[in-house]
Design a protein around this ligand. Structure first.
Ligand code: DC
Length: 220
């Protein structure tokens, strides 16, 4: 059977991660969460107190970042648990440091190497535009901003983070602004990406829709 790569992009709270993970499982493909890599680098650079605008290639050259067999990040031989990386604070560092040219070059190079063997479902903000511009299937997931904020609020509650809807809406608006307006590889819907609005569909319906599109792409 033909091996393809599937690129999934979209803003915060559109359901990319869970959809991509389930789709990969259903197809027996590998899953690449590029946001987790940005989160790990954001976590690391913030810890070192490096100014977002002053990150230099030297700051990155000794970083070894990879995934283990459970899709957990290993940074310089140390496992960083998802509960550390998946906080909204870490998401903000990821988004902020992700505006830096050297950070983007460093991570997109690594991501390109990973997906080179094909059979990947990769999700992020620049997958269709930069990481896998030749992906056989490109999807752009989107949803109403209020619905996305409500989803994030539910996620935050489960993690024990206390926000109200107004605060979460502000976080989501800020993240959208950052991700869509940065100078280098901003979040965009590629002209050859299929737009799916997830506002009023369930995760199962999302996965089924993408699975159908993936099978079609594999068979053409
Ligand atoms: O998908 P996520 O919420 O884990 O991503 C966190 C941030 O990382 C996101 O707001 C912007 C940045 N990011 C990016 O710039 N490019 C990617 N391919 C993935 C994430």
């Amino acid at each position: 059977m033909k091996k393809i790569n599937i690129a999934i992009d979209g803003p915060v709270g559109c359901g990319k991660s869970v959809t991509a993970k389930l789709l990969a499982k259903k197809l027996n493909y590998k899953f690449l969460d590029t946001g987790l890599m940005y989160r790990a680098i954001g976590f690391y650079l913030n810890k070192l107190n490096i100014d977002i605008n002053k990150v230099k290639p030297e700051d990155l050259k000794n970083i070894d970042i990879k995934f283990n067999e459970n899709n957990k990040i290993i940074l310089n031989n140390t496992l960083i648990e998802n509960n550390i990386l998946k906080t909204d604070e870490c998401g903000k560092w990821a988004s902020d440091y992700g505006t830096n040219k050297y950070v983007r070059e460093f991570l997109s190079k690594k991501q390109k190497e990973i997906v080179n063997e094909k059979s990947y479902v990769a999700e992020g903000r620049d997958i269709g535009s930069v990481v896998i511009p030749d992906a056989e299937l490109k999807i752009y997931l989107d949803a109403d901003i209020l619905i996305r904020a409500k989803r994030r609020l539910e996620d935050a509650k489960k993690k024990g983070e206390n926000y109200n809807l107004k605060e979460m809406l502000k976080i989501v608006e800020q993240r959208d602004y950052n991700d869509k307006n940065r100078d280098i590889s901003p979040l965009i819907k590629c002209s050859d990406a299929i737009l799916i609005d997830t506002s009023y569909i369930t995760i199962e319906e999302q996965v089924d829709k993408l699975y159908e599109l993936a099978i079609k792409a594999i068979n053409t």
